[in-house]
Design a protein around this ligand. Sequence first.
Ligand code: SR1
Ligand code: MG
Length: 426
Amino acid sequence: MTSDEYRILRETDLRDYLAQLPAIACQLGGAPASWSISEVGDGNLNLVFIVRGGAGSIAVKQALPYVRLVGESWPLPLSRSHYEHLALTHQARLAPGLVPAVLHHDEALALIAMEFLEPHIIMRKGLVGGTTYPRFVDDITTFLARTLFLSSDLAVPAAEKKQGIAAFAGNHALCKITEDLIFTDPYRIVEQNRWTSPWLDTTAARFRGDLDLHVAVSRLKLKFMAAPEALIHGDLHTGSIMVTERETQVIDPEFAFYGPMGFDIGAVIGNLLMGYLASSGHETSPGDRRTFEAWLLETVESVWTEFARKFVELWRTEAKGDGYPPTLFAGANGAARLDAERQAYMAQLFCDTVGFAAAKIIRRILGLAHNIDFELIDDPKRRAICEARSLRLARAMLVDAASFASIGAVTNAAREVRDWDPDFGA
Ligand code: SR1
Ligand code: MG
């Protein structure tokens, strides 16, 4: 349902709109007629404008009443902009400095004006180019540990936590996209699915008939739907992260809701693994990206180990929620039992993370929305080889998540599959 005031903004409308906002006009500087405005959105859902003035620049995001990738035939509520704004302001409190500052929000126009991040680039683009990011591990693990722990029942009193769940419960249309596109559609015949044909035809068909896979992905789907553990970003792939050598910023939390923590951590790890397994497809000479690939696997390992370290540390120092009441662990051996319990909790979270990472990989290869890690490999057979390796790894991670005892086991499996020959012939 669109409000009466909503209209899709073109560049000229946006100029007039911003000109009547004194703080924004001042930040941009100069006469509105001199501002350069261009629509640069290349995501699946929204319009994104860059507005440059004499004194500064801003980014403006406007939700469309439909899925941009598909068109008007697939309506989508504008309310996602409300939830994105809510999530951005919440994340800014929980993980200061790691999300862009909101400058203005217009609920009726489903519009958010934000700090323009420059010279940041979308991390996925940097990874396709073979660039490493030294700050990434520390920043993303701080973001994950703080946003997840500090919105969970370990940190927040029960009533407040339930208010949080209620505040995001209306974002169900965005959840439904995930429920369908990630946990269901890649495993059944759906017109909008696509894959690199003909090389992946057999694998796609096998995945559609693989009951072990269907059980594993359905368990994860149920967890996604029925485990409001924390306020999750909900779409934390490498296209939702902007980076420089010195900074990391997490953007685009329009899929935010209270869900399972492993979904966010798995999104980061799954997308890094795709970056790794796509990398050979971007070689200009054999092996010329090996150093970059080694960095990616180290990064996968550190994302989990640093996240886990920071999360447990927060649990030791910031446990103000109603889960695990301190009085129950005050007696003899209480501290040791609680510590063992923390380890058990992290083991379960790791298992969830492995499964969610795998589901994120499979949807990008057999579902509707693909990513440039693979799509920019021009030669389709070469692309299919990288994708087939990724599917092989992801299937093992999804069906047998519990057999991956550590993050090292995941990176070892990725390393093994990196040179696996799917035998597509000459
Ligand atoms: C139809 S929307 C497809 C995908 O784009 C977003 O970035 C989410 O990942 C969603 O699943
Ligand atoms: Mg997005």
